[in-house]
Design a protein around this ligand. Structure first.
Ligand code: ADP
Ligand code: MG
Length: 538
């Protein structure tokens, strides 16, 4: 195809290192895009996970081949830094290696290919700037479209759209300060029951508050409650350094019990007199005190998780005290309302409308623990991709529009290159086209027809045309299929970096093998031959 031959045939052997990377790319190629298929990953202990999230599939695959590990690490780095585009990166690795193999068959030395890929990626990144568009503001609707694109195909369209919208409304509510957003997912219920709450949700099951006290009818909802927070145990203090108290007779026992009772009454009175309606304790609350408080219309919550305790203190403006004896009305804070709410089998407390620190909670539901967890990941991905888009401030049309445009740009540039690097540029362009081709294939259309159609539209000036969800050419901006520019940029850079590593390692291994067989007599100053080092002198 490249019209160049050499008498060196050693490069036609199956190449184990490239094969490992290629197999990984083959394995996950079918998951790319909105029509990507799910993969079922079966773990060693028989656990089964069904997903089409490329990064998860690679993470869960048991990759042992060192080259496969390199690709896996690149994918993990892509996921960690930009949260998306892992499949894209791996498909690119596979395609770049395939093109490298073709170039080698045509007699190009790996070093020539590595250098050429290096120049091509630089040129591609330069060209990329012209396809980038700026986000106008944090309220830009296109942020929602970017979040939707990032998670299409992960669940049904209606649900993923809704998760993206929920995520954006939550982020907008808290001024995009991620630290003020809590994600809570609960199995049971339906996906569409997921909501964004204006405030904090505390899990009472983990804080193990007695449900008896909570189910008291008067403790259901408290509007504008006075919230007190106690950072220590509430109950009868045990005398220090006393192992046991021996009570001699019934009178003594009665006196002791009366003392305990007085102390309990004192504690409850102190709380009630401070006007408290919700009492959050970081440790346990004596059961009798809890019951008495509930009877007085105070909602007692014990064992509030440390992190949640601190968040609530900030959000409500209450000042935690070390003992109920220190409690005054000044120490209390408030919110719009506190509601006890059952979510699935979990008992929760929702503090809505926090005046001191605006907070939001995404309360996510899914039929099973697996679904609830997947929903959580989808929302987390929406959050990440939004952050990446905002940090960078630019987005590009998705659906393979950009790689197609870049392939066309590289083809134009390669015509100006006088040496063999021209072939490498063309190979690089062909590798980029693997993305629109794969999207078309996965959507069930003919990749060549689709790609040709897209290129014609680009030639006519519509450079934002890519592969639509139905596999046919479509304007991506009109369709709202948008991605942070950083996702593609990073996928491309990582793919080239790992391919370079693989080609380089391969070069070393093959060179040394050949030296051994040929007795190390080779002349390595072989640039003029343009062939392999081990081809020289044969
Ligand atoms: P990755 O792991 O690389 O993010 P995905 O399976 O998420 O892989 O697929 C991403 C590709 O799918 C991107 O090229 C993106 O533009 C494209 N894509 C996402 N949503 C759509 C859509 N609705 N129509 C067409 N292409 C889409
Ligand atoms: Mg994706």
């Amino acid at each position: 195809m490249l019209g160049e031959t050499t008498d060196d045939d050693s490069n036609n052997e199956p190449n184990p290192t490239q094969t490992a990377a290629g197999e990984l790319a083959d394995a996950i190629r079918t998951t790319l895009g909105p029509n990507g298929l799910d993969k079922m990953v079966v773990g060693e202990n028989g656990t089964v996970i069904v997903t089409n999230d490329g990064s998860k599939i690679i993470e869960w695959m048991d990759i042992t081949h060192p080259v496969g590990r390199l690709v896996e690490q690149a994918a993990a780095a892509q996921d960690n830094t930009v949260g998306d585009g892992t499949t894209t990166a791996v498909v690119l690795v596979g395609a770049l290696l395939e093109e490298a193999a073709t170039l080698r068959s045509a007699g190009l030395h790996p070093t020539t290919i590595i250098d050429g890929y290096g120049r091509a990626v630089e040129a591609a990144l330069d060209q990329l700037a012209q396809y980038e568009r700026g986000l106008h503001s944090r309220q830009d609707d296109r942020l929602t479209q970017i979040a939707k694109t990032a998670v299409t195909g992960r669940w049904d369209d209606a649900s993923t759209d809704r998760f993206a919208e929920l995520t954006l409304s939550a982020l907008q509510a808290i001024g995009f300060d991620r630290s003020r957003l809590t994600l809570k997912s609960y199995p049971g219920g339906e996906l569409r029951e997921s909501v964004c709450l204006d405030g904090v949700l505390v899990d009472l099951e983990t804080s193990s508050t007695s449900l008896n006290a909570l189910s008291h009818p008067r403790t259901r909802t408290h509007d504008e409650p006075a919230i007190a927070m106690v950072d220590a145990e509430i109950g009868i203090e045990e005398p220090n350094n006393v192992e046991s108290v021996e009570l001699q007779d019934a009178t003594q026992r009665n006196a002791f019990q009366a003392h305990e009772q007085d102390r309990r009454t004192e504690l409850v009175e102190q709380v009630v007199q401070s006007g408290v309606t919700v009492l959050l304790c970081q440790k346990s609350i004596d059961e009798a005190v809890r019951t008495a408080l509930a009877q007085q219309g105070v909602l007692p919550v014990e064992r509030t998780r440390r992190d949640e305790f601190d968040v609530i203190a900030r959000a409500t403006g209450s000042t935690p005290v070390m003992s109920v004896d220190d409690l005054t009305a000044d120490d209390t804070g408030t919110v719009g309302s506190v509601t006890q709410r059952t979510v699935g089998t979990a008992q929760t407390l929702v503090l809505q409308g926090c005046p001191e620190e605006h907070r939001a909670t995404l309360l996510l539901r899914g039929g099973t623990p697996h679904v609830a967890e997947e929903v959580r990941r989808i929302v987390a991905d929406c959050i990440d991709v939004t952050r990446v888009a905002l940090d960078d401030g630019v987005f590009v049309p998705g659906g393979g529009a950009v790689p197609t445009a870049l392939a066309m740009d590289l083809a134009a540039l390669s015509r100006e290159i006088p040496d063999r690097t021209q072939l490498v540029f063309d190979g690089f362009g062909t590798a980029l086209e693997a993305l629109p081709r794969t999207l078309a294939t996965n959507a069930g259309t003919d990749p060549l027809t689709t790609l040709t159609g897209i290129k014609q539209r680009h030639d006519a000036g519509a450079e934002t045309v890519g592969v639509g969800p139905d596999g046919h050419p479509r304007d991506m901006i009109d369709a709202g299929i948008l991605e942070p520019a950083a996702v593609f940029r990073s996928a491309l850079q990582r793919a080239v970096a790992v391919v370079t590593q693989i080609l380089r390692v391969d070069d070393v291994v093959r060179t040394s093998t050949n030296e051994r067989t040929a007795g190390g007599e080779h002349d390595h100053a072989h640039a003029a031959t343009g062939g392999y080092p081990w081809a020289v002198g044969h």
